[in-house]
Design a protein around this ligand. Structure first.
Ligand SMILES: *Cc1c(COP(=O)(O)O)cnc(C)c1O
Length: 499
C-alpha cells in the first residue's frame, strides 16, 4: 500500500485519491510517497508492455486505492484519440543522441501527457472519497500548463478551471491557446506580474480560501499534484523500452536523460523512475539563463534573489522550482526540508549540507545554456541531422553538449557517466515556438505567429499539428487582465458563479 505524506507535516498521511483531490497538503506541503521501497517495480516486465500497458502498471503501483479495473478504464480514457502518435511518446534518433518527443497531444507540449490523465483521476477520486463539492482548478502557468490544463478539464462534469498567466509573458500562440477555448467551465486571466508572482499568488489563495465557496472546492492542476507527476514517470520507461526494442541498448544498460527543467516536475518523475529500478546513470537537469538549479546542484546553495530573465524558452523561466521540495524531503529528511523551505520564504535562500549535496550529485547533474547556445543547437542539429527542435528542447541539447564535453561550471563536482545512450526529452513542438525557431535558423520573421508557423512548415515539410493550426481563426473569449492583489476576489466570484 502506498501512503502519501506531506513534506511539511508527517501527520498528514493520505491515499493517492485524496492526495490528487487536494493537490497540495494543508499547511503548504507537497504529497510524496512515504516509502520508496514500496514503489520498487519489476522494470523488466514493465518495458515489455506498450505505452498504455506501462501506464497501467505504473499507475497501479502509485494509485493503488483506485483498483485495477478503474485504472484500466482511466488509462484508456486518458489516451484515447488525444495523441497523434500511436505510442504516445515516440523516440527519434538525432545525431548521436535520442530525442523523446512528448508533444504529440492536443496542445503540442509535454504537459498534455499528464494533463490528459489528471481530470480523469480527479473525477474518479471524487466518488471514492465521497466528495460532493464541485472542483475549481486554479493554475498558474508560464505558458504551456495553462492550455494543456484547459484541454484536459474543459467540459469535464463537476469541474471548472481558472488559469492565471503572466501578462505579456507568454508567446502569442500560447496566449491564443488559452484565451480561445469557449467551454463554460473554462477561464483564462492575465495577471500583471511574472510567472513566479502568479504561482506565489495561487499558493496563497489555497491558504486563504481553505473551504469550499458555494459548494465549489479549490484544487490544483500544477505539477505539484501527484496526479500529474506519476503519469510522467511512464515515458521514462517508454524511452528505455524503445531503445531496447530498436537494439540501441541491451536490457540492463544504463542510460542518461537530459531534461529541460523549470518547476522540477518532469525530472522528478525521472527520479521516481530511477528509484523504481529503471537503469539510469544520470539525470541531467538542463536550465536556461535562469540557472538557479544549476547553482543549486553544483554548490548546494539555492538562491532565488537573482535577476529574472525572460528567455526564448519561457516555460523554463523560473526562480522557485516547486517540485524540488520533494527531492529535498527524500535526501535531506523532513526536518531539514521544513527549515530550508522556511528560509527560502523568509530570506530567499538556503544552503544544504555537503553530505546532502553529495547524495544528490550521485545522480543529478546541473547544467545551463543561454538563448544563444540553444539557438546554435537548433541550427546545428537541423543542418547536420535534418531534425528541428523547439527552444526548450534545444536548451537541453546544448546542455547535453556541455555535459559531454565536461565543460561544467567552475569549481563544481562532476561525476562520470557509464550510460550506453543519451535521451533528450523534447517538451514542445517546434511549431509552438515558430518565431524563435526561425530566428535560430537565421530566417527572416514574418509579421505573425501564424505566418511564422507556415514558414517553418515550408522548411520541415512536416504537417502543423491540428490543435495549433486552428487557433488563429478563433475569437478571443477570455480578455481579463488583473493585479495580483485582485486574484482572491476574482476567484471567489468565479466559484460563486459556478456553484
Ligand atoms: C513545463 C515545461 C518545461 C519544464 O518542465 P517542469 O516539469 O516544470 O520542470 C519544459 N519545457 C516545456 C515546453 C514546458 O512546457
Amino acid at each position: 500500500m502506498i501512503e502519501y505524506v506531506s513534506t511539511r507535516n508527517k501527520d498528514i498521511r493520505v491515499r493517492s485519491g485524496k492526495a490528487i483531490l487536494d493537490g497540495q497538503a494543508s499547511g503548504g506541503g507537497l504529497y510524496v510517497p512515504a516509502d520508496l521501497e514500496a514503489i520498487k517495480a519489476d522494470w523488466r516486465g514493465i518495458i515489455k508492455l506498450d505505452f498504455r500497458g506501462m501506464a497501467k502498471a505504473i499507475w497501479n503501483i502509485f494509485f493503488d486505492d483506485y483498483g485495477e479495473e478503474a485504472i484500466d478504464r482511466l488509462v484508456e480514457a486518458s489516451y484515447k484519440d488525444k495523441f497523434s502518435a500511436q505510442d504516445i511518446t515516440p523516440l527519434v534518433k538525432a545525431g548521436d543522441a535520442y530525442v523523446l518527443e512528448l508533444w504529440h497531444g492536443p496542445t503540442s507540449a509535454f504537459k498534455d501527457v499528464a494533463l490528459s490523465a489528471l481530470p480523469n483521476l480527479m473525477s474518479a477520486a471524487r466518488g471514492m472519497n465521497g466528495f460532493t463539492d464541485d472542483i475549481m482548478i486554479l493554475t498558474a502557468t508560464s505558458g504551456d500548463t495553462g492550455s494543456a490544463a484547459i484541454q484536459g478539464f474543459r467540459d469535464v462534469p463537476g469541474t471548472g478551471i481558472i488559469v492565471f498567466y503572466p501578462h505579456g509573458g507568454v508567446s502569442d500562440t500560447q496566449r491564443l491557446q488559452m484565451v480561445t477555448p469557449d467551454s463554460a467551465n473554462v477561464t483564462a486571466c492575465a495577471i500583471r506580474g511574472n510567472f513566479d508572482d502568479a504561482q506565489t499568488g495561487v499558493k496563497k489563495l489555497f491558504r486563504e480560501i481553505p473551504r469550499p465557496v458555494e459548494g465549489v472546492a479549490l484544487s490544483s492542476a500544477n505539477s505539484i499534484n501527484i496526479g500529474r507527476l506519476v503519469p510522467q514517470i511512464v515515458y521514462y520507461f517508454s524511452a528505455y523500452a524503445q531503445l531496447v526494442k530498436s537494439g540501441a541498448i541491451t536490457e540492463g544498460d544504463k542510460i542518461d536523460f537530459v531534461v529541460p527543467t523549470g518547476n522540477f516536475g518532469d525530472i522528478m518523475a525521472g527520479w521516481y523512475a530511477f528509484k523504481m529500478g529503471l537503469p539510469v546513470s544520470r539525470l541531467v537537469c538542463a536550465s536556461n539563463k535562469n540557472d538557479v538549479l544549476t547553482e543549486f546542484l553544483n554548490t548546494g546553495h539555492y538562491d532565488r534573489k537573482r535577476e529574472f530573465y525572460k528567455t526564448t524558452s519561457p516555460s523554463m523561466d523560473i526562480l522557485v522550482s516547486s517540485n524540488l521540495e520533494r527531492l529535498l524531503w527524500y535526501i535531506c529528511g523532513p526536518e531539514h526540508t521544513l527549515s530550508y523551505m522556511k528560509q527560502l520564504e523568509e530570506t530567499g535562500e538556503y544552503q544544504i549540507t555537503d553530505d546532502e549535496l553529495f547524495e544528490m550529485q550521485k545522480v543529478f547533474t546541473g547544467v545551463f545554456a543561454s538563448d544563444e547556445d540553444g539557438a546554435a543547437a537548433i541550427k546545428g542539429v537541423f543542418e547536420s541531422d535534418g531534425y528541428l527542435m523547439d527552444t526548450h528542447t534545444s536548451i537541453a541539447w546544448a546542455c547535453m553538449e556541455k555535459y559531454r564535453s565536461g565543460d561544467s561550471p567552475e569549481g563544481t563536482v562532476s561525476f562520470g557517466t557509464d550510460a550506453a545512450a543519451t535521451v533528450v526529452l523534447s517538451t514542445a513542438s517546434p511549431y509552438k515556438f515558430s518565431a524563435a525557431v526561425l530566428e535560430a535558423l537565421g530566417e527572416e520573421l514574418t509579421g505573425s505567429d501564424e505566418e511564422n508557423m507556415k514558414k517553418v512548415r515550408g522548411i520541415t515539410g512536416a504537417e502543423v499539428p491540428s490543435g495549433l493550426a486552428g487557433i488563429f481563426a478563433k475569437p478571443v473569449i477570455h480578455k481579463d487582465v488583473i493585479d495580483i492583489s485582485a486574484m482572491k476576489s476574482y476567484v471567489i466570484e468565479k466559484c460563486t458563479k459556478q456553484g
